[in-house]
Design a protein around this ligand. Structure first.
Ligand code: ZN
Ligand code: ZN
Length: 825
């Protein structure tokens, strides 16, 4: 068959092989203790309606690694599912009158077809869909287990409220004071809310980092800061007039002699008692105003520091001195105890506040090695001074001894606090997992009995977009029977944060049809942990911290022995076009479907993998995909030429050219080695592809020399077969086609990855010494066996040699192959 340069019928080829894979169930796997397992996972998509380029990149990276591992003999689990609950479905219902379920399921069907057109080797028999009751039932089951243990609890509290999304947000979803979904400024609301006790695991989430050596450093750092562990001490400051004391948390008890006032957060429960009296109205008004400000902006230090003097004093237990009590916006109820001792001489925020309000500043720490010109504010550790019996100690020692002293005297203790808060999961939305709880006037909060699970999302609801959850208006849903007394009761109408769904879905793939438990222990024990997890870094402190928390929860429920679900996390870079991230609002979106229609899935995959290493940003350009398409055409053409070679009748058989054969064989083995290592060790899929391209060029060069002999033709066929195997994880359709043409056994997907001869694969280099008039002046590396002309040219081109030679005429250049170039001037 003759073919135009670069042209091939990719539509026919790709569709045909996709059908073969599906018919043969080629990508389905089951537990096999005889084989090493490899669980490969990309973060599952939200079914927004269409696959975008970021998905294509994410899944293509995974697919190459999965196919490669399969060829290397691993039992590879590579599943996919849908993060199918959440707001956009409900918004579509409000806007277009389409039911959230219909919208979601339609989108899933569409996106599934798109993924299949990509040729990704997913085990579709394990597809997980979180909007189906058989999935979210287990969210409810896990919730009830936590509820029984006091780890899911309801509390009236200040929560982040997105006015645009009309729902509560977790702290992780409101970081920076903006809604993670719509970027609206987040407001504060006080309401009843369900929390999960992630704080119980704060210490472990932090210490677990020791096992995450294959995570990007910056992701661990983000988590570490979010968890925010600090060692310090609690100290009680008595307020005799109230018969109470105020407990503060400090990380610098060594500075307590410099504490010149206390500061309480506006939300502090003692404020009410403290501000009773003459000035009550004025103070209360101020406090109410401070509370209304965004806590997150206050947290970031994004607000002007303001406060009021309560007129009260408290006693510093170390000095016996009375110091004023203030209320100020820069102290947050969430951290420590919601009260601090202010040491303006040694804390920047306290310093700023004291300056503004004219409060005392008292130095009690001096630098160990004083430097001239240090200002009034010294925040580092140093030597304690002006502190009675503690003076002269170093900060570290003073902290330990002073905390112990406070403990002995009964007014304090050493302690550790964390910045991370319990995870608020209540959402006032329809399209989420109903929280399985019933409120009875007589019996209080009752968990729904396990046998009544799932609490289904009722189909009939009205989507008006008005405030409040649509579930509140579905009487058949709200009206419930108390499981304890059988009386009339009210069902919880809040649904769960959808991040609950994604906190354990990776376990579900191990046994997606399991009916008695969230997942079957034996299957999960075989497959888990996820050996390689790939996804965007935007989930660093959301999904990735929740999933680590849930894995520990499941462990403590006896469902797994695992601590860490993802020992290896690859954060893939962004897809950009014209210098910015692809997004609808910027109008720079490239539709994968259009690209597949124009160039084929193989070309799209190849280009997206070739253009940048996975963790780096990838800039889209259409020339690139055209180049990938042409390359595939060239491979096919070369392959067809080699396959069609035979002894030309009438001509006598030539003798094998040994140099040409050696070059080709060597390049083949080097390429096998390099591609394998690039994929396996570094995920440098881009350099793997470029070495395959180089190899293709070698093959094309040598084929005209080698085709004359039977031995040469055999070698060419061997090399062409190697090329097909090496390229198959990247461009699987066209490689299945060539594999079949070649008479390969079964699918190329199941063919073993080629081995290499280490001797042949060795990159042989020689160090060549450059002499001028017999004296060594420089050296360089060259391929072993480099030609003399090449040696001379390289030697004379070295900058150092050029400088030394200057404009003196070169009389002679003497070469000793692989060793020396001597320049005679
Ligand atoms: Zn929002
Ligand atoms: Zn009851």
């Amino acid at each position: 068959m003759s073919m135009d340069h670069g042209e091939y019928d990719f539509i026919e080829i790709e569709e045909r092989w996709q059908k073969v894979w599906a018919d043969k169930r080629a990508f389905e796997v089951r537990e096999d203790p005889a084989k090493p397992k490899f669980y490969l996972l990309e973060m599952y998509p939200y079914p927004s309606g269409r696959i975008h380029m970021g998905h294509v990149r994410n899944y293509s990276i995974g697919d190459v690694i999965g196919r490669f591992k399969t060829m290397r003999g691993f039992n590879v689990l590579h599943p996919i599912g849908w993060d199918a609950l959440g707001m956009p479905a409900e918004n579509a219902a409000i806007k277009h009158g389409i039911h959230p379920q219909t919208w979601t399921l339609d989108n899933i069907a569409h996106m599934k077809a798109q993924l299949q057109r990509m040729g990704i080797a997913y085990d579709w028999s394990r597809e997980v869909n979180t909007c189906l009751p058989e999935y979210y039932k287990w969210n409810q089951w896990i919730f009830l287990k936590l509820f029984e243990r006091g780890m899911a609890y309801r509390k009236k509290s200040w929560v982040n409220w997105c006015p645009q999304c009309r729902t509560v947000l977790a702290n992780e979803q409101a970081a920076g004071g903006e809604c993670w979904r719509c970027a609206s400024p987040v407001e504060q609301k006080k309401m009843d809310h369900w929390f999960l006790k992630i704080t119980d695991y704060a210490e472990e989430l932090l210490s677990g980092h020791a096992h995450l050596r294959k995570w990007p450093e910056h992701v661990l750092l983000m988590q570490k800061n979010w968890i925010g562990k600090s060692r310090g001490a609690y100290v009680d400051f008595a307020v005799p007039e109230l018969g109470r004391s105020i407990r503060v948390f400090t990380t610098r008890i060594d500075t307590i002699y410099g504490a010149t006032f206390l500061v309480l957060s506006p939300e502090h429960p003692l404020n009410r008692d403290l501000i009773a009296g003459d000035t009550e109205a004025h103070l209360q008004e101020w406090v109410a105003g401070a509370i209304a400000e965004s806590r997150l902006r206050r947290d970031l230090g994004d607000v002007e520091k303001e406060g009021v003097d309560t007129g009260r004093t408290a006693i510093n237990p170390f000095t016996g001195e009375r110091i004023p009590i203030w209320i100020a916006n820069y102290v947050l109820m969430e951290y420590g105890t919601g009260a601090i001792m202010a040491v303006p001489a040694h804390d920047e925020r306290d310093f700023e506040f004291a300056k503004k309000y004219g409060l005392d500043i008292r130095e009690v720490i001096e630098p160990e090695h004083p430097v001239a010109g240090t200002g009034q504010l010294f925040v580092d550790h140093g030597l304690v001074k002006n502190s009675g019996p503690w003076s002269g100690l170093r900060s570290e020692e003073a902290m330990e001894r002073m905390a112990a002293f406070a403990n002995d005297k009964g007014f304090g203790e050493a302690s550790t606090t964390f910045r991370i808060r319990d995870w608020g999961i209540s959402r006032q939305r329809y399209w989420g997992t109903p929280i399985p709880v019933i409120y009875c006037d007589k019996c209080g909060i009752q968990g729904v009995p396990y046998e009544d699970l799932p609490v289904r999302i009722p189909h009939d609801a009205e989507f008006t977009g008005e405030a409040g959850s649509p579930l509140e208006k579905v009487a058949a849903f709200v009206d419930a029977t108390c499981p304890k007394c059988g009386g009339k009761a009210r069902r919880e109408t809040d649904t769960m944060d959808t991040f609950v769904d994604s906190s354990w879905y990776f376990f579900r793939y191990a046994s997606p049809k399991e009916e008695r438990l969230p997942f079957a222990r034996a299957a999960a024990d075989y497959w888990m942990p996820v050996d390689l997890y790939i996804g965007g870094v935007e989930h660093a402190i959301l999904h990735l911290i929740y999933a680590r928390f849930f894995t520990r929860v499941l462990r403590d429920l006896g469902l797994t022995a695992l601590d860490e679900p993802f020992p290896h996390y690859l954060a893939q870079g962004m897809v950009t076009k014209d210098g910015s991230a692809m997004s609808k609002s910027r109008g720079n979106v490239v539709d994968p479907d259009e690209m597949i229609a124009a160039y084929g899935a193989d070309a799209l995959r190849l280009f997206i993998l070739f253009a940048a290493p996975p963790e780096k940003e990838f800039a889209w350009n259409e020339d690139g995909i055209d180049g990938a398409y042409r390359f595939i055409g060239r491979v096919r053409q070369t392959f067809e030429e080699i396959r069609g070679m035979s002894r030309t009748s009438g001509e006598s058989e030539a003798v094998l050219d040994p140099d040409s054969a050696a070059r080709l064989r060597k390049k083949l083995h080097q390429t096998i080695k390099k591609v394998g290592e690039d994929i396996e060790k570094r995920f440098h899929l881009n350099t793997a592809i470029s070495s395959i391209m180089e190899f293709t060029n070698t093959l094309r060069r040598e084929k005209d020399v080698l085709k004359g002999s039977a031995e040469g033709r055999a070698l060419l066929r061997e090399a062409a077969g190697g090329l097909v195997l090496l390229l198959s994880p990247f461009t699987p359709h066209v490689c299945e086609e060539m594999w079949k043409t070649l008479g390969g056994e079964g699918l190329v997907f199941h063919a073993p990855w080629p081995g290499f001869d280490p001797l042949l694969a060795r990159e042989e280099k020689a160090t060549i010494v450059v002499e001028i008039n017999g004296k060594m002046r420089d050296k360089f590396e060259a391929d072993l066996g480099v030609a003399e002309d090449e040696m001379k040219a390289q030697a004379l081109g070295l900058p150092r040699i050029r400088a030394l030679v200057g404009d003196r005429p070169v009389r002679k250049v003497v070469c000793i192959r692989n060793k020396i170039v001597n320049i005679v001037l």
